[in-house]
Ligand binder design. Sequence first.
Ligand SMILES: Nc1nc2c(ncn2[C@@H]2O[C@H](COP(=O)(O)OP(=O)(O)OP(=O)(O)O)[C@@H](O)[C@H]2O)c(=O)[nH]1
Ligand SMILES: [Mg+2]
Length: 263
Amino acid sequence: MDRIVIIPTYNEKENIAAIIDAVFSLEELFHILVIDDGSPDGTASIVKSLFPSYPGKLFLVERRGKLGLGTAYIHGFRWAIEKGYDFVFEMDADFSHNPKDLVRLFLAVKNGADVAVGSRYVPGGAVRNWPSNRIFISKGASLYTRLITWMKVKDPTAGFVCYKRAVLEAINFDNISFVGYAFQIEMKFASWKLGFKIVEVPITFIDRKYGTSKMNKGIIKEGILGVLKLRWESLFKNYRKRVHNIELTQSNPIIKEREFMHK
Ligand SMILES: Nc1nc2c(ncn2[C@@H]2O[C@H](COP(=O)(O)OP(=O)(O)OP(=O)(O)O)[C@@H](O)[C@H]2O)c(=O)[nH]1
Ligand SMILES: [Mg+2]
């Protein structure tokens, strides 16, 4: 199998089993790697209880505490590259992203994209059930990012993405330090600066029904300052060189934090 969906989780006990079942019931086969940050609500135990139903397809990495979305994905990217996957997907656990759209992201990459972004802000894309202030923040962030960076991605904070292996191999994760929305922006920025082709696929994003949001002011602040930092570095500090991975992927440290891995 060459496709894996990375699902980061923090307190997603209401969603995790259902989202895993939904992915495995798709016609296309995708493997799943859950990266759980020691969720106090027992999300990881639910994943473990599903291992017998999905042998060899469902994987879990447990980290000690809430270390942030960005480092969870980076951990997952390294893991996926190590295991030889060619198409690596990011998806939230909370059903904001429709698992059926994984197939559409995959097709976009099959048809020539290096990065396929599930996008709310291209024609055909939409947001449902979000309060107007969330939409305002999200659209404002997208506009702000485009104005500052000139990157032509309409939904730069999107967290529903397919990366081709070559893209992830080309990025030096040691120099990606953001954890929230800025992480999502920087992954696209780095892909773009390294010359990869980003295609946006319209999706309908639906607000979570169950569980609680992990959005906070720190994440927004990181986004505002982070975008400026990216632009600054790309103007004056040879961002491209900094983010380009010159070492062989095999030499990347796979596990930095103390973690437990289950198969
Ligand atoms: N492993 C890990 N997962 C996280 C962390 N923070 C958030 N997540 C997960 O990342 C995904 C996106 O987080 P959300 O809380 O849905 O963020 P959001 O979509 O901006 O906000 P809401 O939809 O309003 O909740 C979800 O699957 C979360 O469980 C973290 O620190 N570590
Ligand atoms: Mg969400």
